[in-house]
Design a protein around this ligand. Structure first.
Ligand SMILES: Nc1ncnc2c1ncn2[C@@H]1O[C@H](COP(=O)(O)OP(=O)(O)OP(=O)(O)O)[C@@H](O)[C@H]1O
Ligand SMILES: [Mg+2]
Length: 253
């Protein structure tokens, strides 16, 4: 069974003159455990699609099944989300932010503290658990937000440009870390990025979207072996894959 099955999904935001068509005829099938990356021009509907996969917004047409069942409302036990901008509660410490969804779910205090500490360490923030968001840099806040997404341990993780605010070095390290975590937990990941290098480095499959209304215009299987290494970025295969995505994107008006 597919981890995510989207069929003939279209979306129109209501508004003047018949509304804003945001997504058109999207069909996606993601096998469990796959790492799928979505790229496409700004405003093509990537975040909108992700919100729908998370049950945070309803499409005008088409269906979404997550492990065979619809997802009419957010369900962090089935689908975790890491947003484009870190969305932390300013009045909670880093650890409390990571624990928050677990607390909502009724996870016992000791368990959730242990889990939160593990995740904090995983994102390289050992020793920062007691800090409040205003005491952390943008990149650190984003890492707390990723730790929170992981702490809930959902089988499907949706990530909307999670590394966009990070500097290049941190970004590469985080990408590599994410792959390490993914390979041990075998989650299904849907990851949005504007970085073609990041797309090729991370993905099993890259879906390229057109300008709004977003359609899927190419699906590129990334044949590079796993585990991925930084050295692979200098290979011919890597360059060719990146070039193919670029050719698709630049066609977009
Ligand atoms: N709540 C909304 N109401 C009306 N229109 C919206 C709403 N949210 C998004 N849109 C429109 O839908 C289109 C797609 O937006 P979306 O945020 O999904 O794009 P995106 O691909 O994530 O862009 P970016 O790469 O800049 O993050 C845009 O034209 C946007 O203006
Ligand atoms: Mg977006």
């Amino acid at each position: 069974m597919s981890a995510i099955a989207v069929e003939k999904l279209s979306h129109v935001y209501s508004g003047a003159e018949g509304g804003v068509p945001a997504l058109e005829d999207i069909t996606i099938d993601v096998e469990p455990g796959k790492f799928v990356v979505i790229v496409g021009p700004s405003g093509c509907g990537k975040t909108s699609l992700l919100m729908m996969l998370a049950g945070l917004r309803h499409q005008t047409e088409g269906t979404i099944l997550c492990a065979g069942k619809p997802i009419p409302e957010p369900d962090p036990e089935r689908v975790g989300v890491v947003f484009q901008e870190a969305s932390l509660f300013p009045w909670l410490t880093a650890l409390d932010n990571i624990e928050f969804p677990l607390a909502l779910r009724g996870t016992p205090r000791d368990d959730r503290r242990r889990r939160a500490e593990e995740m904090l360490s995983l994102v390289g923030l050992d020793g920062f658990g007691a800090r409040y968001p205003h005491e952390l840099s943008g990149g650190m806040k984003q890492r707390v937000s990723i730790a929170r997404g992981l702490a809930q341990d959902p089988p499907v993780l949706l990530m909307d440009e999670p590394f966009a605010a990070l500097d290049e070095q941190t970004r590469m390290t985080m990408g590599h870390e994410l792959l390490r975590i993914w390979s041990t937990t075998r989650k299904t990941v849907v990851f949005i990025t504007h970085s073609l290098t990041e797309a090729v480095y991370l993905a099993d499959e890259v879906l390229v979207m057109s300008a709004r209304p977003g359609r899927i215009i190419d699906r590129i299987e990334v044949t590079l072996p796993r585990p991925r290494t930084y050295e692979m970025m200098a290979t011919d295969t890597f360059g060719k894959l990146r070039e193919r995505i670029w050719q698709q994107i630049r066609k977009v008006p």
